[in-house]
Design a binder for this molecule. Structure first.
Ligand code: HEC
Length: 199
């Protein structure tokens, strides 16, 4: 309950923050401290970007910015040095641990691992610097929120199912989470480690 209220007010705060891209930010009402913290984080992320990326980010539509801020507001751990690749390796470890929990009828392992996926670290500079400059446009980024919902959202559902000892439901969510991972990779990643020394 508290969590829901908290996340709602953060989302509301983030919508206000989205104005920071285009104009002044009004003061937050119910979570001023967090709003200030998130606002700083966002400005910090943008300040780390090279001018060509900053330009692309500033050109995004208000709707895209809102969805980016919504995704950001659902995370609370921000790294000052981890890259997206490093975060993804950690997410993969948590995914494997989550599946191990499901397969060994260990709801505590499944639930804790799923929650770590849901609140994975945000890499230094945010997600955008790692998605490829050709993908920083409204069309491509429109897909992000869906992937976020299927990975983070379904991971939270899986944790809940595991907490209720409902491993049948938990197992059915594993595939949905995997589809979210793979769907995002199809658009934003491609095959890892391709060599430019091969013909
Ligand atoms: C928001 C989109 C998105 C989602 C969702 C996503 N990934 Fe990724 N993932 C990426 C991108 C982009 C890269 C490439 C990062 C790079 O090379 O800088 C990547 C790379 C990876 C890599 C390769 C890292 C390397 O060393 O090259 C692994 C492993 C990975 N993701 C696992 C996962 C798993 C497991 C999930 C789901 C639980 C997941 N990812 C969900 C976008 C996503």
């Amino acid at each position: 309950m508290y969590k829901q209220l908290f996340s709602k007010s953060i989302t509301a705060a983030m919508l206000t923050i989205s104005m920071a891209f285009v104009g002044p930010v009004s003061a937050g009402e119910d979570q001023p401290a967090d709003m200030e913290r998130l606002q700083k984080l966002l400005q910090q992320q943008i300040s780390l970007m090279k001018p060509e990326l900053q330009k692309k980010v500033k050109a995004l539509s208000p709707a895209t910015k809102k969805s980016l801020l919504k995704i950001l507001s659902q995370h609370s751990i921000y790294s000052e040095r981890a890259t997206l690749r490093q975060v993804m390796q950690e997410v993969l470890s948590d995914y494997q641990s989550m599946v191990a929990g499901v397969m060994t009828d260990n709801p505590e392992q499944a639930s804790a691992s799923a929650l770590r996926i849901a609140n994975h670290r945000i890499p230094v500079g945010g997600l955008l610097p790692y998605l490829g400059i050709e993908n920083i446009n409204d069309g491509k980024l429109a897909a992000l929120e869906g992937f976020n919902d299927s990975v983070e959202g379904k991971a939270r559902e899986l944790a809940k199912a595991a907490d209720n000892n409902d491993m049948a439901t938990a197992s059915s969510l594993v595939g949905e989470i995997a589809s979210g991972c793979v769907g995002c990779h199809v658009i934003f990643r491609g095959q890892p480690g391709i060599s430019n020394l091969l013909k």
